[in-house]
Design a protein around this ligand. Structure first.
Ligand code: PLP
Length: 395
């Protein structure tokens, strides 16, 4: 007899969706499809040979500890390297305040575990990163959303929601946000930090894309203005490789204490050998030179997409202009639906991600995300031309 599992599952799983993007990617894998749907870094930049050399170096030594259990916080020399990189950006972070995680996605789960009781307020950007929506949803928060504008989050609404609803934390992606590509202007970063000072909330700053700036001036982190209330999430997924799942959290001492307990309960520690491998890579090679190549190529791809949009999209369709990262965000005229456009586009062998999963409480939206990091300039021109034809036919 097959066990009926329906009544056995914990309530926390109720209504938590599967990743919509992973479902869409199943549709978009046919070789004829030009896909702007994925959120993947460009594999041409994975430093395969360099990592191979590092792995051989580590494995051909006699140090068997590289294959041993390790401490929860992470390999100290790797945390020191991460702290050094923050220092290059003018941020003073102690290695003891860095916890190595299984991708920054695990950081989101751990933050959910240590902070969110059912019904607690969590402030999110709208549109928001769907991996964070999914990770936090398991802990049943009360999401409060604040729309993104051209220059960052809507400050007045942010202030009102914080003042009225006292959220536990605000989850923000100030650099080249996923999904919108929007960045916060310096004045917005400062004003948010000034407003939050001495208020009872943390700013959780997720920054997987900050290093991949191809235009404009670098801006300050919230940590620059408000270190004691900022928790930073980082990752090597977009600058080295995503397969290693190598991320980190920077948090104040008392938060770190709880995070370490939650991480111990989850997995004891992040894969130690891979931590050593990334550390070796950072020691033996110049990651800044590597990142510069990624910046140049993504910049060209973004420009190709913006040029093609200018040529092929109908009037009334608007879009963001990213200064870095991997995405831009399109808004159709009021009343048009991105899901309808998606169904039509798939028939023309072009894919994107309709905006729906990036909202916590909206359906049938008129927005969608385009990824430019995984297609070459010719594919971008052709894909956007096809998409433009679809949008011209859309009612
Ligand atoms: C905003 C944001 N946060 C976190 C992640 C997860 O990254 P990681 O590979 O480090 O888990 C992503 C991945 O796309 C992301 O876009």
């Amino acid at each position: 007899m097959k066990l009926s599992t329906e009544k056995k599952f914990a309530r926390r799983m109720d209504g938590v969706p599967r990743s919509f993007i992973r479902e869409i990617l199943k549709v978009a894998i046919s070789p004829n499809i030009i896909s702007f749907a994925g959120g993947l870094p460009n594999k041409d930049f994975f430093p395969l040979e360099e990592l191979q050399a590092c792995a051989i170096k580590l494995m051909s030594g006699s140090d068997r500890n590289i294959l041993q259990y390790a401490n929860t916080e992470g390999y100290l020399p790797l945390r020191e390297k991460i702290a050094d990189r923050y220092l290059q950006k003018g941020l003073s972070v102690k290695p003891n305040n860095i916890l190595i995680t299984n991708g920054s996605q695990q950081g989101l789960d751990l933050l959910g575990k240590i902070f969110i009781n059912e019904g607690d307020g969590v402030l999110m950007e709208e549109p928001g990163y769907l991996g964070a929506i999914q990770a936090f949803s398991i802990f049943k928060p009360q999401f409060m959303t604040v729309p993104l504008q051209k220059n960052g989050i809507d400050i007045e609404l942010f202030k009102t929601k914080v003042a009225n609803s006292n959220p536990k934390f605000a989850y923000l992606i100030p650099n080249f946000q996923n999904p919108s590509g929007i960045s916060y202007e310096e004045s917005v970063r400062k004003e948010i930090s000034d407003f939050c000072r001495d208020k009872s909330l943390f700013l959780v700053e997720d920054d997987p894309y900050g290093d991949i700036r191809f235009k404009g001036q670098a801006k300050h982190s919230f940590y620059h203005y408000l270190p004691e209330q900022t928790i930073m999430l980082g990752t090597f997924s977009k600058t080295v490789v995503p397969a290693f799942r190598m991320g980190w959290i920077v948090a104040p001492d008392d938060v770190m204490e709880k995070l370490v307990i939650a991480k111990q309960a989850a997995d004891l520690h992040t894969d130690y050998f891979t931590q050593r491998l990334v550390h070796q890579y950072l020691s033996d090679y110049n990651i800044d030179e590597h990142i510069a190549k990624i910046q140049t190529t993504y910049g060209k791809q973004a420009n190709a997409m913006l040029d093609a949009i200018g040529k092929h999209f109908p009037e009334g369709v608007t879009h963001t202009i990213p200064e870095g990262g991997m995405f831009l965000w399109v808004t159709l005229p009021e009343g048009q639906e991105a899901l309808t456009a998606f169904d039509m586009a798939i028939k023309e062998n072009v894919a994107f991600v309709p905006g729906n999963p990036f909202y916590v409480d909206k359906t049938n939206v008129n927005t969608f995300r385009l990824n430019f990091s995984c297609s070459n300039e010719a594919e971008i021109e052709e894909g956007i031309r096809r998409l433009g034809n679809v949008l011209k036919r859309l009612k």
